[in-house]
Each structure stands twice: as C-alpha cells, then as structure tokens.
Write a protein that binds this ligand. Structure first.
Ligand code: C2E
Ligand code: SIN
Ligand code: SIN
Ligand code: FE
Length: 362
C-alpha cells in the first residue's frame, strides 16, 4: 500500500513540481492553504506533510504549532520547504518540531530520500508504540488475573483451615466486608492512620485471621461446652500457629515482595487486647499492629452474632451492647478506642452487611 504525502503551498506550480517527483511512489495530496490543510489532514491522516512556511493567512509555523496542540496530529512528521539562504526559518521550523527541511530549488533525488527515510522512521515508531500498548494491555490482563487468583487462594486457604469449624464461604466473605466497612470508617475519621491501599490489604487478608485453627483438634474446635483451661491453652495457640504458618508461606517469596506481613500481623495479634490482657503475648495499645486492632473488633462482633457449637447467636443490639458496655468476658477496654469509636458510629451498617451476607448460609 502506498503511503500518503500531503503537500501544502499557496503557489500552485510548487505543488505541481513536487507531485511530479512523488506521484509515482506515493498518494499525493495538494493543498493550497494552511487552514485547509489543518482540516483535511484530520480526515486523510497523511503519513508525512511537506510544508511551505510562507503563506498568506495562517503560515507554516502556525500550522505546525496548531498540529502540536492536537493529540492526533502531533505525530505526523513535517518536512518544511525553505529558501536557500533562510537560516532563521530552518532553525525556527526545526525548533517547532519539524523533522527535516528541503531547500529550493528542489533536487528530486534528495527529496525522495528524505521522505523515504522519515516515513520509515515513522512506521517504525508507530509499530513500536503499538507493541508497547499491546504489551501493557497483556500485562494488565495478567495482573488482574493473578490478583483475582491471589484473592481466591486466600479465601480457599481460609476455608480449608476452618472447614471443620463449619465455616462457610459466605462467613469469610462477610468478615472481609465487615473489615472493609470498619477500616474505611477508621480511615475517614483518622486520615493519618491508614490509606486506601492499607484498607484493601487488611480486608483482603482478614479472612485468614483464624488460619491457625488448622492445628486445633476437632475435640476442642467442636466442643459444645466450655473449654477446660488446658483446652483453651491449645485453642490460644491458633494465633502464633497462624502467624508461623503464614511466615512459612512468606518464605517462598522474595523478601519484601508481598504484604503477607500484614496477614501475619492479623493472624498473630487478633486476640491481643488494647489493655494488655489478650494473647498470645499480652501486647498493649499501639504495640498491637493496627490491622489486628481492626480485625479484632470485627472478629468479636461476628462471633457474637453467629451461632457456635458452644454458644447461641446474639442479636445485633445484644452484640453491640456487649462490645460497647462489656459483659465481663468481653470489655470495651479490650479494643482500640479509636476503632471502637468507628464501630459505635457505623454499627448499623455492619448489621446490614451481616444480615445480607448471612442469608446464604446456616
Ligand atoms: P470465636 O468463637 O470465633 O470467638 C472469637 C472471640 O469472640 C472470642 O475470643 C471472644 O472474644 C468473642 N466471643 C465469642 N463468643 C462470645 C460470647 O459468647 N460472649 C462474649 N462476651 N464474647 C464472645 P476468645 O474468647 O479468645 O476465643 C477464641 C476462640 O476460642 C473462639 O473463637 C472459639 O473458637 C474458641 N472458644 C472460646 N470459648 C469457647 C468455649 O466456651 N467453648 C468452645 N468449644 N470453644 C470456645
Ligand atoms: C490485595 O490483594 O489487594 C492486597 C494483597 C497484596 O497486595 O499483597
Ligand atoms: C501496622 O503496623 O499495621 C500499622 C502501624 C500501627 O500500628 O499504627
Ligand atoms: Fe481467632
């Protein structure tokens, strides 16, 4: 297929000379004013423009300037035509972004070579840019696919670790949504505490908080009565156990290449209490990672709302009362006051989210 050259000159004879030189190898379009050229090139999309600089009305310099302002026209190479001793125009034309110039009087061989070179260059540049675009698109596709797989495997791993606990997929999805809602509220009221990315990471990994229960025996996990002190000791180990398990997962990755440290923070610390009375380490206040302080509130709310082998479910109002006022076992001092305040403000939304997600299970 022939490439298209647009020549712009107010002097008809100049156009005819150029046409005679180029018509054999190119589609040749003659235009006699810059204004018309600017309109016509949007339709014809020439591969190269041959431009006379001095024309009545809009001159060649202005035409280049106008082309530069237009995303679609900017990349069309311009070769301008200049008089033999017009050094000023040469410099100004090139400074505006023209790729080259040819001098009058025309030397057909030089014109053909320059045009051929610049069209080749433009074709190469275009194909490179197309290749980069295609590569970027493929990369995005791959990234989305990997990210979806990553999230699904996290859900699968959570499900697997809690399957004996009769935990369902919708329970895990619920933990995720509740965490997202609560974390969003914490961030909204305390913008310095966590950002969008952190909220995403915390909620993505929240369903893994009890992954350590994989090592807790059925006898304990499914016991209908209260746990003995010894049994509760073993139950408590699901925190450090979960952290260790996820640290092993992390060891398969190059260091610093994932956010699994947040998943580890959550698994290990979600039963720590703000007043230091929690486990496994009795960490206090800000020594407990923020991610765990958030998931801890979600975990207790969800546990209170849900039936367990050892307890019936509580209503939303009962659960909120237990958490905000305390019932002896669960006390407000257990929670980060900032997170609990966010909970106090948005608990009706958590109720809605819980009810919506609860429909598909139990
Ligand atoms: P879980 O059932 O997911 O409960 C998570 C947390 O929610 C509990 O952490 C506790 O802080 C709160 N929670 C759950 N149920 C109640 C409740 O009826 N009243 C109050 N006030 N808070 C409640 P905790 O106590 O560290 O327990 C950790 C895990 O140990 C529980 O996870 C559950 O799997 C197990 N567990 C706790 N108590 C018993 C029990 O009496 N019997 C049995 N079989 N398992 C228990
Ligand atoms: C996410 O999936 O958005 C967070 C997890 C990560 O980036 O490691
Ligand atoms: C984090 O470690 O998850 C955030 C830092 C904090 O505890 O505030
Ligand atoms: Fe737990």
């Amino acid at each position: 297929m022939k490439h298209t050259i647009m020549a712009v000159d107010d002097v008809l004879i100049n156009l005819m000379v150029l046409e005679s030189i180029l018509e054999e190898d190119y589609n040749f379009i003659s235009i006699t004013s810059a204004e018309e050229a600017l309109e016509q090139m949007k339709e014809d999309k020439p591969d190269l423009i041959l431009l006379d600089l001095y024309m009545p009305g809009m001159d060649g310099f202005e035409l280049i300037e106008n082309m530069n302002k237009d995303e679609g026209l900017r990349s069309i190479p311009v070769i301008f035509v200049t008089g033999e001793r017009d050094a000023y125009s040469e410099e100004k034309g090139l400074a505006l972004g023209a790729v080259d110039y040819i001098k009058k009087p025309y030397v057909p061989g030089v014109i053909r070579i320059k045009i051929k070179n610049h069209i080749e260059l433009k074709t190469y540049r275009d194909s490179l840019s197309d290749a980069v675009k295609e590569r970027t698109r493929l990369l995005e596709e791959k990234t989305n696919e990997l990210s979806a797989t990553h999230d699904a495997i996290i859900m699968g791993m959570s499900l697997l670790s809690e399957s004996r606990d009769e935990v369902t997929g919708s329970h895990l999805a619920r933990i995720k949504v509740l965490t997202q809602l609560l974390a969003n509220k914490v961030a909204k009221d305390n913008p310095d505490m966590l950002n969008e990315e952190m909220i995403e990471i915390i909620s993505t990994y929240s369903p893994l908080h009890d992954v350590g229960k994989v090592s807790v025996t059925d006898a304990i996990l499914r016991k209908t009565g209260s746990l003995t002190a010894e049994e509760f000791q073993k139950m408590k180990a699901h925190t450090s156990g979960g952290g260790d398990l996820l640290r092993q997962v992390e060891s398969f990755l190059p260091s610093g290449s994932s956010h699994l440290d947040i998943a580890i923070d959550i698994a290990e610390n979600h039963h720590e209490r703000f007043d230091g009375s929690g486990y496994p380490h009795g960490k206090k206040g800000d020594n407990i990672p923020l991610a765990a302080r958030i998931v801890s509130v979600v975990d207790v709310y969800d546990a209170l709302r849900s039936p367990r082998p050892y307890k019936p479910s509580f209503s939303h109002d009962e659960a909120v009362d237990i958490m905000l006022k305390g019932d002896g076992r669960t006390m407000p001092e257990h929670f980060d006051p900032v997170v609990l305040e966010a909970f106090r403000k948005i608990h009706p939304m958590l109720n809605e989210a819980y009810n919506r997600a609860a429909d598909s299970e139990e």
